[in-house]
Design a binder for this molecule. Structure first.
Ligand code: PLP
Length: 502
């Protein structure tokens, strides 16, 4: 069915469109106010003023004194600051209780601390990712000095009662750190009221620029700087401030009340989408909790038996951008740690999409997305042939009318399987630059390392007008498992050697 091609961005938990006010604020600073805010002359005073205004603006939005907010380069850095904070815990309080569904920026930091001698205690989420403050209380141990729990989960939208959790931690004389990246702009954030000790934020999740975040350190909370080498941020975070980014962050933060005012509508559209998908695919499973316990706009949904990479490719063909958990973004074969910790099997996690909407998602967008899902789920949409690994034969490899594309993610070595003979390697992210090297009169078979990239690029090529297209399911890794002998014989050999071997 031919549809009017539109672009509907449904991956707002990955990043958001930069708002007009943020763009304007950044352009002004870039063009006019380039002085270093730390310098002594008049030009720099204006820069320092912009910095102070930005801090004051953010402080009003999150209800915290300006001096408790440090600007960082991103929320990943804010979370990593735990590396400098944790060593300040008393020697007999070196256990950390944490939500296992944290973003990798927090989780990897915790794993590093574990390697340095801290012990980690993971809380147990339920099937919707929920963890109650009572769970924190029940899991408490005498040696716990710090509890870590995000305010909203980036994959499912699950909300956590961080105020009650901080109270549990404080009742035990411990500290509490919350990653609030996915909460700001979606639910009210009141730092003084919630009494958390540390919190992290990111501008690009609230229609601000990428490359700037914030760290909240409660007045009196133990703190040691993580970034060294300068006196900026009162000596607590070294590095010349990215003033244009900070100004953009503040402008976006200024619009947070507007974003919050639209949360009810956003929630209604998300729920309408969930209801429509349930009707279209009665066997689908919604992993996000119900509205009152979920960040508005986020929907995690499993379509049993449907590989998320294929669905992503199909939706992308129709201009709809969604996510498939962290695995798909990296091209790795590891299913989402969030979904598996919630009890989904690796297979179910690989059948799961994350749809994350923002306030600019209209009713018209909603109708379009539902219609496209209807086409895809009923098989009426544009469907490409998925070649099962067991079906990839030697004949196919050397058929003169088949052009094999072997996709590679640069800088990835763990899955560096040898390319197929008779194939051309193209980098995943820049294949668009190589279209004139891909013939239009041959059948194109797209392969990749672990199976995520091939369907996405195959549908991309369909959009670019290629007619005869198929992709290898489960990638070369799948082929290695399904056809070990063929793999051993052909993979890595040149076209000529391959023909001779045959
Ligand atoms: N924490 C959460 C919950 C996130 O969703 C993200 C981004 O996806 C981050 C931290 C990292 O943010 P940044 O991109 O600013 O480093």
């Amino acid at each position: 069915m031919l549809r009017f091609r539109r672009t509907v961005y449904c991956d707002n938990n990955a990043t958001t469109r930069v708002g007009k006010k943020a763009q304007k604020a950044m352009t002004e600073v870039l063009g006019r106010c380039y002085a270093n805010p730390s310098s002594p002359y008049r030009m720099a005073h204006e820069a320092a003023g912009i910095l102070a205004d930005a801090r004051a603006c953010l402080s009003r939005v999150v209800n915290a004194p300006p001096e408790t907010l440090l600007f960082t380069s991103c929320a990943t850095e804010s979370n990593n600051s735990l590396r400098a904070i944790a060593p300040l815990l008393p020697p007999d309080k070196r256990a950390i209780l944490h939500n296992p569904l944290e973003h990798p920026a927090m989780l990897e930091t915790l794993f590093l601390l574990e390697r340095q001698g801290f012990s980690l205690i993971a809380l147990k989420p339920d099937r919707q990712g929920r963890i109650a403050p009572e769970d924190l209380e029940r899991a408490w141990r005498e040696d716990v000095g710090l509890a870590v729990c995000m305010a909203a989960n980036n994959e499912t939208g699950t909300l956590y009662d961080v105020k009650a959790m901080a109270a549990v931690a404080h009742a035990h004389g411990a500290l509490f750190f919350s990653d609030m990246v996915q909460a700001l702009g979606k639910i009210p954030v009141d730092l003084l009221d919630s009494e958390v000790d540390y919190a992290s934020f990111s501008a690009h999740k609230i229609h601000g620029p990428k490359g700037v975040g914030a760290l909240y350190v409660r007045e009196g909370a133990p703190f040691a700087p993580f970034m060294l080498g300068g006196h900026q941020e009162e000596g607590r975070r070294a590095g010349t401030e990215g003033l244009h980014n900070i100004a953009g962050f503040a402008a976006a933060a200024g619009d947070v009340p507007l974003q919050l005012a639209g949360a009810g509508e956003l929630c209604r559209r998300r729920d309408a989408l969930a209801a429509a998908l349930r009707e279209l695919a009665p066997d689908c499973v919604i992993n996000s909790p119900s509205a009152s316990e979920c960040q508005p706009g986020t929907l995690s949904i499993t379509f049993p038996g449907r590989a998320n990479a294929v669905l992503m490719g199909q939706l992308d063909y129709y201009g709809i951008s969604v996510a498939a958990g962290s695995a798909c973004n990296t091209g790795e074969d590891t299913p989402s740690h969030v979904l598996t910790a919630m009890g989904l099997s690796p297979e179910e996690a690989r059948n799961t999409l994350r749809i994350s909407l923002a306030n600019d998602f209209s009713d018209r967008d909603l109708r379009y997305v539902i219609n496209i899902f209807r086409d895809i789920l009923s098989g009426a949409g544009n469907t490409l042939t998925a070649v099962r690994p067991s079906r990839l034969t030697a004949e196919m490899l050397f058929a003169p009318d088949v052009f094999i594309i072997d996709l590679r993610r640069t800088l990835k070595t763990e899955y560096a399987l040898k390319p197929l003979p008779n194939s051309r390697s193209f980098p995943f992210f820049s294949i668009g630059k190589h279209l004139d090297e891909i013939p239009r009169n041959k059948h194109i078979l797209v392969t990749c390392e672990v199976g995520y990239d091939a369907p996405i690029i195959a549908y991309y090529l369909r959009r670019k007008g290629y007619r005869q297209l198929s992709f290898l399911m489960w990638g070369l890794l799948g082929w290695k498992l399904a056809r070990p002998q063929l793999y051993a014989r052909f993979a890595g050999s040149s076209a000529q050697e391959g023909t001779q071997n045959e």
